[in-house]
Design a protein around this ligand. Structure first.
Ligand SMILES: [Zn+2]
Length: 145
């Protein structure tokens, strides 16, 4: 990926992900961090609050890069919500590229297929539970003999 060019990374989707999707992602996939990277667009993030511990000159280097490569390095005043391994990528929720929107659109587009898959899988598991319960009940009878 060409990260070190002066042109800022593109915005992939004009519309950001919905608040509902961001909340769901933050609830299930996120952890807070002082550093973040978006695998989707390549932007780097840093929250320079004093309570984080950084390597020597880490913040200064980041700030130099932010001046040298505008748009690629973003300094925030909040803990970064990092989404790890979201469909195979790590990203920062709220990245200006709006790349997470892609996943929301895929999930929404295939919601009927996903719902049918869940239903089928649960039915298969219920059948397995019934058969295992039957085996357990048969074994109880053996103990009484
Ligand atoms: Zn991004």
């Amino acid at each position: 990926m060409k990260r070190y060019k002066t042109k800022p990374p593109e915005i992939l989707y004009e519309n950001p992900p919905s608040e509902e999707f961001n909340r769901a992602i933050e609830s299930f996939f996120c952890h807070g961090s002082c550093r973040g990277h978006c695998d989707i667009c390549g932007r780097e993030f840093l929250n320079d609050d004093k309570f984080w511990s950084f390597d020597e000159n880490e913040v200064e280097e980041f700030k130099k890069n932010a001046k040298k490569y505008p748009g690629w390095y973003i300094i925030t005043d909040y803990s970064l919500p990092i989404a790890d391994n979201l469909f195979g990528v790590t990203t920062v929720v709220g990245c200006p590229c709006n790349g997470i929107r892609k996943f929301e659109e895929i999930l929404w587009h295939y919601r009927s297929l996903i719902a049918r898959y869940f239903e089928g899988r649960l039915q298969a598991q219920e059948e397995s539970v019934k058969q295992n319960r039957k085996i357990v009940e048969q074994c109880k009878g053996i103990d009484k003999i």
